[in-house]
Design a protein around this ligand. Structure first.
Ligand code: SF4
Length: 103
């Protein structure tokens, strides 16, 4: 499975994504069900921006161009983000599977 990860822009200031990257590398947690996993890209939501989905749609489209079949939303995003449902729908409309969580 080719995956992209999108995480919280605010959290990315202080988080080096070590937990997300380790989960991909070790193929555990949210990636454990895939026979194979390849990370095609890691990006952020682009910021709150009043919950508009334009930025995240563009980012999902770019990850799709890079070969992603699914987008994993980082734990930092699926827990606290007030816009996660809006963003999930926008990513699905790009034609990508959305998985909530990474590690
Ligand atoms: S929109 Fe959600 S994921 Fe993005 S910076 Fe704001 S709280 Fe974080």
């Amino acid at each position: 499975m080719n995956v992209g990860i999108i995480r919280c822009d605010s959290h990315s200031v202080s988080c080096p994504a070590a937990g997300c990257l380790e989960a991909v590398r070790e193929k555990n947690a949210s990636f454990s069900s895939y026979p194979e996993v390849k990370l095609v890209g890691l990006d952020t939501c682009g910021g709150c921006d009043r919950g508009k989905a334009d930025k995240i749609t563009g980012k999902a489209e770019r990850l799709k161009e890079l070969g992603a079949d699914a987008i994993h939303l980082g734990n930092c995003m699926v827990g606290p983000c007030p816009y996660k449902d809006t963003f999930s729908q926008a990513i699905e409309e790009v034609g990508l599977e959305v998985v909530h969580g990474t590690h």
